[in-house]
Structure formats: C-alpha cells, structure tokens
Ligand binder design. Structure first.
Ligand code: HEC
Length: 109
C-alpha cells in the first residue's frame, strides 16, 4: 500500500499523464464535459473555432493544428487554455486529463 497508484480513484485528483498506469481517458465521458462546462459558450457551430460541442469536438480536433500525439504537451488544445495568458483556462485536473487523452493516442472513445 506504499505506492501512489490509487490517486486517480478520487475524482478531482490530478492524474499523471506520464504514468503508464494512468486510467484510460474517455473522450466522450471525460473530455467533452469539460468543453461543455467552460468552452462551448464561445466554441460552438458558427462561433470561434474549434467547435467544441459534444457532437463536433472530435472531428474539430482531429487535426495536427490542435493535437500532436508525437509531442502531446505541444498540442494547441492543451496549451491554449494554459494558466498563463488571458484565454479561459483549464484547472490543473482538467489539463492533466486532456494531456493524458492525447498521450493515449487522442482516440474517439
Ligand atoms: C469567452 C469565450 C471563449 C471561451 C469560453 C473559450 N474560448 Fe477558446 N478562444 C476564444 C477566442 C476569441 C479565441 C481566438 C483568439 C485567441 O486565439 O486567443 C480562442 C481560441 C482558442 C483556441 C485556438 C484556436 C485556433 O485555431 O488557433 C483553442 C484551441 C481554444 N480556444 C480552446 C478553448 C478551450 C479548450 C476552452 C475551454 C477550456 C475555450 N477555448 C474557451 C474564446 C473563448
């Protein structure tokens, strides 16, 4: 019981994107709700690109402009809402989920 691999069980805990035992992040279950809660007010059909509404988010992001699975931490969908700058930001836990999703191959899951 000395390891820290149980951290992720607590929902608000920040997961470690570099941890090979990190839980699988589901795009539809864990990522689109983040977008719905704080992004789609602006990022919606006919609004600011990328369109992050649940129906369109995966297709919107399926582009090297937004996602780089070779260097996940450089992905614009991860870096744009970063703690610096004036754009809307992720919480630390949200950022970790997005980075983990990209690290795991940015699947439509
Ligand atoms: C208040 C409106 C607003 C909200 C809310 C918002 N954004 Fe944005 N976003 C913008 C605007 C305006 C731009 C374009 C200007 C810029 O790049 O800063 C932008 C740009 C972006 C870009 C770069 C687009 C490109 O093609 O260069 C990404 C990625 C992005 N937002 C993601 C997000 C995410 C993820 C969220 C939620 C965490 C979010 N935005 C919430 C207004 C918003």
């Amino acid at each position: 019981m000395s390891s820290c691999t149980y951290n992720w069980i607590v929902e608000e805990e920040v997961i470690d994107p570099g941890d090979p035992d990190a839980p699988d992040i589901s795009f539809s279950v864990e990522i689109t709700p983040i977008f719905a809660s704080k992004c789609t007010g602006c990022h919606q059909p006919g609004g600011q690109t990328p369109d992050l509404t649940a129906a369109n988010a995966y297709n919107s992001l399926n582009s090297s402009r937004y996602v780089n699975t070779s260097a996940p931490e450089t992905s614009l969908i991860y870096t744009k809402p970063s703690p610096t700058g004036s754009h809307v930001k992720y919480t630390e836990a949200e950022a970790a989920k997005v980075l983990t999703w990209i690290t795991q191959g940015a699947q439509n899951n």
